[in-house]
Design a protein around this ligand. Structure first.
Ligand SMILES: Cc1cc2nc3c(=O)[nH]c(=O)nc-3n(C[C@H](O)[C@H](O)[C@H](O)COP(=O)(O)OP(=O)(O)OC[C@H]3O[C@@H](n4cnc5c(N)ncnc54)[C@H](O)[C@@H]3O)c2cc1C
Length: 491
């Protein structure tokens, strides 16, 4: 296990290949520091004595103590601890902890590389285990580049006018494969040790070139990261933990990149591409039941604070709003707990959370974000949008006016009023807040995709049989069980 400082020293050694704002930038460009701060926290929090059981695990490969973000779930307890760690860490930093996609990709690969070797006699699991040992020993941070740029949505990969709109293998050589294409929306790719590339969807037999998975450092020859970065507004004087965070997302271009065979985890086995894509999404949605529970709790706390500072906390409509918000926190988290308890063990030994509970939790998480913004905005009033700039609170002439007229609840000081509303502004009325609004909806998979999964994995005939029985209509089978899962068919 390494510290946040050691992680930063390693990232500082990467070659410059990040473009932002029309030019090549340093990996420690001020706009990227917020993301690096969050990633470093995943290292330092693992040493926090209050969190020790949550942030670390024992490697099933080496018996060594490792950072939990590099662990393969060996039982229900591991899934529960991963969810709890994700929630606690997100609460600590104030939002997305960013390193979850690494553990989720590792767990998906642990299952699918094992099955690939069994079905096709390949050596992907050996490649994966060697890679995993390095990830655990060196405590590597990982991005998962799954989402392809995808071109015209209704067309499959092989139907696109430009075949590179889904990343693909263009050549197989004795020393490795050459891949070409681009992945989209790659969070934290500019400040991780390795990018794990996975297929974005199922592939048909005509699409073996697109059925590819591998790991590669982000500064590898032929890779260009075209990045967008967001942070809460920078503060001049009124520093707060929430203002230290940030996040970057890149279009990651692979221009005829050589991937050595030992880094390849799937290449041409179309039958397993969909399973790998779905499994990563499933593990990631389980992580979401931890992170989004934290985000919902932050919104709940901010709304309660706004109510207290406005002097309206006893109003009945405020209490109802808060009760609705608490219910969202609890149901999202409960979905993750249920998914862990109802997990199944894959042949590789990895525990896979229940699909329906994960998707139900993730869908609720995605859709509820707009209600949470609304609740905070409604309770806080208009000030988050119209708060004068920070400098005016420190200008000799305007400071006395602002400190006098920001006052609401007389029990709360002017500075704390300012601090609270400044954070509400960052959360909702800023470039950061706008970007998070889309992130919370689509990151980890859009709610519409969860609907597809929920419908796919629920045995609707079982539900219909219950209705038939109650209506006195004949049906086949029994209703005296809770046999409403079809997810085991694709798992
Ligand atoms: C902030 C942020 C961070 C992210 N980080 C990562 C990351 O690190 N790694 C990663 O791999 N991904 C990441 N994602 C990607 C995320 O998973 C995707 O945004 C999500 O899966 C939706 O894909 P899309 O953005 O391409 O939207 P689309 O797929 O284009 O969806 C737009 C709309 O089109 C509809 N649609 C799409 N295809 C069809 C079709 N064939 N027929 C009918 N309707 C269709 C969808 O249902 C949706 O309503 C991130 C996204 C965001 C916003």
């Amino acid at each position: 296990m390494i510290t946040g400082e050691q992680y930063k020293e390693r990232i500082a050694k990467q070659k410059p290949n990040v473009y932002m704002g029309g030019k090549i930038i340093d990996r420690f460009d001020p706009k990227l520091l917020g993301g690096i701060y969050v990633m470093a926290a995943t290292y330092d929090l693992a040493f926090d004595p209050e969190l020790k059981d949550v942030g670390t695990a024992i490697s099933h490969l080496t018996g060594e103590k490792i950072n939990r973000f590099t662990h393969i779930h060996q039982g229900v307890e591991d899934l529960l601890k991963k969810q709890k760690m994700t929630r606690l860490y997100c609460q600590e930093v104030g939002g997305c902890i960013q390193r979850c996609m690494g553990i989720d990709a590792l767990n998906a690969l642990s299952v699918v590389t094992y099955e690939a070797d069994k079905q096709f006699g390949t050596k992907y699991n050996e490649n994966f285990i060697n890679f995993l040992k390095r990830v655990q020993k060196e405590d590597l941070s990982l991005n998962c580049a799954q989402t392809d740029v995808k071109g015209n949505r209704p067309w499959r990969p092989h139907e696109q006018k430009d075949p590179d709109l889904y990343l693909r293998v263009v050549e197989k050589r004795p020393d490795g494969i050459i891949v070409n294409g681009a992945k989209a929306h790659n969070s934290c790719s500019t400040y991780v040790d390795e990018i794990i590339v996975l297929p974005t969807r199922n592939m048909t037999e005509e699409e073996t070139d697109w059925a590819v998975a591998f790991a590669v450092p982000p500064d590898w020859e032929g890779i260009t990261l075209i990045n967008a970065a967001y942070s809460p507004n920078k503060r001049k004087k009124l520093e707060a933990p929430y203002n230290k965070i940030g996040m970057g997302h890149s279009v990651t271009v692979f221009d005829h990149v050589l991937i050595p065979w030992e880094r390849v985890f799937l290449c041409g086995e179309a039958a397993l591409a969909g399973k790998l894509a779905l499994l990563f999404a499933l593990f990631h949605r389980h992580s979401y039941t931890g992170c989004k529970a934290a985000v919902s709790e932050i919104f709940t706390g901010a709304t309660a604070l706004a109510a207290e500072y406005n002097g309206i906390e006893r109003a009945q409509h405020v209490r109802h709003t808060l009760a609705d918000m608490i219910q969202i926190v609890d149901l999202i988290y409960a979905a993750g707990i249920a998914a862990a308890i109802h997990s199944i063990k894959a042949e590789s030994g990895t525990y896979i959370p229940d699909s329906n509970y994960c998707n139900a939790g993730r869908m609720m998480a995605g859709e509820s974000i707009y209600k949470e913004y609304e609740a905070l905005a409604a309770t806080a009033g208009g000030l988050p949008a119209t708060l004068p700039p920070e400098e005016d609170f420190y200008n000799e002439k305007t400071r006395p006016y602002l400190e006098k007229y920001i006052m609401r609840n007389p029990e709360v000081s002017a500075e704390n009023q300012h601090r609270a509303f400044r954070m509400f502004q960052d959360m909702m009325s800023s470039a950061w807040g706008g970007h998070k609004l889309i992130d919370y909806l689509h990151g980890g998979g859009s709610p519409v995709i969860e609907k597809v999964a929920i419908y796919r994995d629920h045995n609707i005939n079982h539900s219909k049989n219950i209705a038939k029985k109650l209506a006195g209509i004949p049906f086949e089978g029994t209703t005296k069980n809770i046999d409403n899962r079809l997810s085991h068919a694709w798992l």
